[in-house]
Design a protein around this ligand. Sequence first.
Ligand SMILES: [Zn+2]
Length: 261
Amino acid sequence: MPELPEVEEAMLRLRSAIEGKTIARLQTLHPSFSRQLPAASARRLRQQVVERVERRGKHQLIHLRNKSILHAHFRMNGDWLIQSGNEPVHKFTRALIELTDGTRIELNDSRALSALTLHAAGTDPLPDLGPEANDDSFDAAQLARALESRRIAIKPALMDQRIVAGIGNIYAAEALWRARISPTAVASSVSKSRLVRLVAAIKAVIGDENRPPGRYTDTDGRERFEAYDREGKPCSRCGSSIARIAQAGRSTYYCAKCQRT
Ligand SMILES: [Zn+2]
C-alpha cells in the first residue's frame, strides 16, 4: 500500500512528466474508472494545461488552468506509469492521460481500487486531513492534542488521516516498533515523552534514505522492515518472535516483548 514516501515519489514522477503540459485526452479502461470519470468529465479535460501537481497525505492533486482539479488516490495498489505514445498500454492500466507532446500517463492498478475524479473550480476534493507526517507542524504537542480524546488503540489512531496525514499500515507498525510502543496502547494514554519518541520514529521511517528500492515489497531479498510482515521472525532488538494480530480489520506486526503498552 503506497504511503507518504511512495506517494511522494510517484507524485514527483508525475509532476516532472505533466506540469506545464497540455492534456490531449483522458481515457478510462475499467468500469470503476468510467463511473468516476464519465465521458462528459473526461471531455472537459481536453486541451487543459496542467499548472501544478501536489501531494497532500496520500492524495495527489493535478491543478488545471481552468482551476478544476483532477484528484488521484492510489488506495491499495495504484501507481503511475510514464510512457511514450508508441509503447503498448500495460494490462493493469485502468485510465490514461495523453498529453499533446506524446507522453502517456497510465494509472496502473492491478486491483482497480484507485480513485481518479474531476472536481470543478472552487470545490475542495480533499477530506479533513491532519498535518503532514513529514512536516515540522507535526510534533509531539500537536499529536498529544489530536489523541487526547481518542480511546482507540494507538496504531489505528496513527492510520487515521485526520490525526496525521500519510501514514498507513506499514509505517505505523514500523514507527511503533522503533518507538518501543505497543500498537495496542490506548492512544489517549500514551505519555508525552513516548509521543516525542513516536514522532521522531515516524519521521525517521518515512524519511529513511536507506530504504531499499522497490515500491512496497522487498524484491531483492533484503530485509526492508523491522516489524511489518515479519511474523515469527526474530525482533532485531530483543530476539523475540514478531507477532501478528488483527486491528481494525488489518494485520498488525509487533514485538510483544520490547513494545510496551
Ligand atoms: Zn523486541
